[in-house]
Design a protein around this ligand. Structure first.
Ligand SMILES: [Fe+2]
Length: 328
């Protein structure tokens, strides 16, 4: 039975208490009771339907809320996903450009290495030209330079210097006397004791050598050596009277090697000293003319036979056709 039907029945059927003065048709009370029951059942059904409808409305409303919340979360997740995708793309872009920059840098470094090697080769060619000029000028210079270079490298190694410095000190040492190109032949090759005026001219070779070696980084150590190889540990040398550690280490090493080789070589004005006599003179100069630590290293090299081996090897290379005067 529909709600409208039951309402219509309630409205159209009179269920008011019976008038005792009106005669009743047989079975009327039973019908009335049945009708009352039917109306109550209809009311109950109606109430239950209303409750169910209300419950359904509440459930529907709650589900709608959950759905909206879910949709909001979905929107947020979609937004976050887009942001994450953008970040990932940005990051990938940054990594890509970083990789490109690194590759570019590596290319530049490789070119720099090639250029540096070219420069080094050019520098070494420059050295050989300078040394050749000095060799032509001063007949004693050829093998003297080879031995000085080898002594310098041996001392530098013994002092524990890195291989790159050992090499740099070695090739720079051969230029220590390049300034002598400017020294007049009659002074350079004089077999007599030099006058004060002549000695002043000789001293100039340190300053001229430094100037000749220009300003390139490649010749920095060579310039120091050219300028300072006649300075003395006690400050009594020339051309600047520098003292102790104020003299560059390279020049202090060259000083020992150069003097030892000059003493043990034949020169226009003297015979060659023996290695023992040369070493004694070097040892006597420790703390005065020479850095005592370098002298100690040099003496140790002599005791180990290193100096003798170097001298023999240079002499052997001279026998192969190289010009110069062998050491004794
Ligand atoms: Fe010199």
């Amino acid at each position: 039975m529909s709600d409208d039907g039951s309402k219509e029945m309630v409205e159209t059927v009179d269920v008011s208490p019976r008038d005792p003065d009106v005669p009743q048709a047989p079975g009327a009370d039973v019908f009335r009771q049945l009708l009352h029951q039917a109306v109550r059942v209809a009311d109950m059904a109606n109430s239950q339907a209303m409750r169910m409808a209300l419950d359904f409305a509440k459930v529907y409303e709650r589900e709608q809320g959950v759905r909206k919340e879910f949709e909001n979360q979905l929107k947020q997740m979609t937004l976050m996903e887009k942001q994450a995708t953008r970040y990932a793309e940005d990051l990938a872009g940054m990594l890509r450009s970083e990789r490109e920059r690194r590759q570019e840098l590596e290319r530049a470094l490789a070119q720099e290495r090639i250029a540096s090697e070219d420069l080094r080769r050019t520098g070494l060619q420059g050295i050989s030209h300078l040394v050749l000029a000095a060799t032509i000028k001063d007949r004693t210079t050829g093998t003297h330079l080879q031995r000085v270079r080898r002594y310098v490298e041996a001392i530098a190694e013994r002092l524990g210097l890195p291989a790159s410095l050992v090499e740099e000190y070695g090739y720079s040492s051969v230029m220590h006397d390049v300034g002598k190109i400017h020294t007049p032949d009659h002074i350079l090759q004089s077999e007599h004791h030099l006058s004060d005026a002549e000695f002043t001219v000789i001293k100039q070779h340190c300053i001229d050598g430094e100037k000749m070696l220009g300003t390139a980084r490649f010749f920095e150590t060579a310039r120091e050596i050219a300028r300072e190889h006649h300075e003395r540990w006690d400050g009594k040398g020339y051309p600047d009277g520098k003292k102790g550690a104020a003299i560059s280490l390279a020049a202090r090493i060259v000083s020992v090697a150069d003097v030892f080789d000059a003493l043990t070589s034949k020169r226009p004005y003297k015979e060659a000293w023996s290695a023992e006599a040369g070493l004694e003179a070097i040892e006597a100069g420790a703390g005065e003319r020479f850095d005592p630590e370098i002298v100690a290293g040099f003496i140790a090299l002599a005791k180990e036979g290193v100096l003798e081996r170097i001298s023999s090897e240079v002499a052997a290379s001279e026998d192969d056709g190289h010009p110069g005067t062998p050491a004794k």
